[in-house]
Design a protein around this ligand. Structure first.
Ligand code: FAD
Length: 509
């Protein structure tokens, strides 16, 4: 394995999460961030339960969850703020082991991630250093950077480079990738405020479906509230208008406006996410309007699915071609969610002026478009498409492959824990009798009090689960007699047994 580090460009939430995941797989990481201090203002405000599992893998979910507010769901309102439709989400842990939706203050997330990075020995974070050039050869990448304080040039050799450098990505430009536009850009006024007295609002997302003034508002965390108002073409983002804009929800005099910013919501995807050992992730690879709260979530999914593949390549276990599956898997998923966001945006801003027309349009669309229905009524995002790492053959394969295995609490040797803690770092197999066979050859039997796993497996007798907890394949057939019954020998760690005679099948990569 090369002892050169992986260089991560950008210490936003996606770059910091990537650094933690890489270090978790034993890789040395150098992070370059051009700004000296983190961006302290709120941006993303929502994370779903699938994404919380990524933060769990990075070791920060527990700490962050204490700072979040479970999201009660989505309400679609008409121009007079009457409820057109309501989609509730349960506040407790859902299928993925975390609340289906959580409000988050992005600076809290970045603080928690930066704290974890500082406490991880394998990561060196350099703030105030801007990456300016990349040159690839057969053995890796030469990264050129400049110290913005002293003006001194810095350069480092990297085994690979992750461009997590946001919407105006330098890395994207350096590899010659371009953004493809998926829908119209829209100007919005984003208002963040704090209120000493709790405002009487439902603790979910409110989307005002009014073509005259589409808007979104929500309580975020603690005393923080977010409003977003669509601006008409040519309309100035005039803070003087705030009094009337906030009026249906709050008296402007009663809240402290932390910031107002005009923000252009864009729907774009990069045409190329990889050039050799240089890869894009997060806003560098895609931009979405925020209507389903997935901008940041898409980026966190990117690095969860990329890091284990990159680690396997850098350890020399698989050829570099495995990295071709990264964009092939992530781009259709990102596009699907961006399309849902565009659709919801269109519903908010179109649908006619009368409430009745808007109601019909909204409800019909929610029923008609499965991806909207799934995201409105739950938090499940689309399954990954068929590919070398997603085998959708057979009935069980079509139903389960490409989806995330649920994460119930399971009992192992008298101790309750989350399923991901049992699955380990590598690929694992879960059988119908709830035995987990791990990549290191150990096996463990789990109990799932609520029966979530058995219900989810249905007639499937076994599923193979990738390191990012996505089902690679599922089969429905009698157990292979060569495997025999699992004979268990303790190997030390509680709940750990050595499987015999066979470990999991070896992968084609
Ligand atoms: C005003 C605003 C409101 C938003 N609202 C929402 C929302 O409501 N919901 C939502 O989901 N998303 C929202 N977003 C988007 C969300 O914040 C992003 O999806 C998320 O921050 C992306 O994270 P990232 O790590 O990919 O990029 P960023 O957070 O942008 O981080 C990229 C980092 O790279 C650094 N960098 C750039 N170039 C270089 C270089 N050459 N060398 C070194 N460092 C470099 C930058 O300084 C930055 O710190 C909003 C964004 C903005 C700006």
């Amino acid at each position: 394995m090369s002892d050169e580090p992986v260089v991560v460009v950008g210490a936003g939430p996606v770059g910091l999460t990537a650094a933690l995941l890489l270090a978790g797989r034993g890789l040395r990481v150098v992070v370059f961030e051009r700004h000296l201090v983190p961006y302290g203002l709120p941006r993303a405000v929502h994370l779903d339960d699938e994404v919380f599992r990524v933060l769990q893998a990075a070791g920060v979910a527990e700490g962050l969850a204490e700072m979040c507010r479970p999201m009660a769901g989505l309400r679609l309102l008409d121009g007079a703020h009457r409820v057109l439709a309501e989609f509730r989400r349960a506040p407790g842990a859902g299928t993925n082991g975390w609340p289906q939706g959580s409000f988050v203050h992005q600076p809290d997330l970045e603080d928690v991630l930066a704290g974890a990075v500082a406490a991880t020995p394998g990561i060196a974070l350099h703030r105030g250093v801007e990456v300016t050039g990349l040159e690839q050869d057969r053995d890796g990448v030469a990264v050129a950077a400049v110290d913005r304080g002293s003006g001194a040039d810095r350069s480092v050799r990297a085994a690979a480079v992750l461009g997590c450098d946001g919407a105006n990505s330098t890395v994207r430009e350096l590899i010659g990738a371009r953004m493809r536009v998926l829908g119209p850009a829209d100007r919005w006024l984003v208002v963040d405020a704090r209120s000493p007295e709790p405002l009487p609002v439902w603790p979910g997302v409110h989307q005002v479906c009014d073509p005259r003034r589409a808007a979104t508002f929500m309580p975020v965390t603690g005393d923080r509230y977010r409003w977003e108002f669509r601006l008409a073409p040519g309309e100035p983002a005039d803070p003087e208008r705030l009094v009337s804009l906030l009026a249906p929800v709050a008296r402007a005099a009663d809240v402290e406006v932390v910031r107002t910013v005009e923000y252009t919501f864009r729907a774009e995807v990069a045409d190329r996410w990889r050039d050799g050992r240089v890869l894009l992730a997060g806003d560098a690879a895609h931009l979405t309007p925020p209507f389903v709260g997935q901008g940041l979530g898409l980026g966190l999914r990117d690095v969860h699915q990329l890091v284990w593949k990159l680690a396997a390549v850098l350890r020399g276990e698989v050829p570099d071609e495995l990295l071709d599956t990264y964009q092939a898997e992530r781009e259709p998923h990102a596009r699907a969610l961006i399309r849902v966001a565009l659709l919801l945006g269109a519903l908010m801003t179109g649908g006619g002026r009368s409430g009745a027309v808007a109601r019909r349009a909204v409800l019909a669309a929610v029923r008609r478009v499965p991806a909207v229905a799934r995201l409105a009524t739950g938090s499940r995002t689309p399954a990954l498409r068929r590919g070398p790492l997603v085998d959708r053959r057979g009935r069980a394969g079509r139903r389960l492959a490409g989806t995330l295995v649920p994460q119930p609490e399971v009992l192992v040797d008298g101790r309750w824990c989350r399923l991901d803690e049992v699955l380990g770092e590598g690929e694992a197999e879960l059988t119908a009798d709830l035995v987990v066979r791990r990549a290191d050859g150990t096996a463990v039997r789990v109990e799932d009090a609520g029966g979530t796993l058995r219900r989810w497996l249905g007639p499937a007798t076994a599923v193979r689960i990738r390191p990012d907890r996505i089902v690679r394949s599922a089969r429905v057939r009698a157990a292979d007699p060569r495997r025999g019954p699992i004979r268990c020998t303790r190997t030390g760690a509680p709940g750990t047994e050595r499987a015999s005679p066979a470990g999991p099948e070896t992968s084609q990569w």
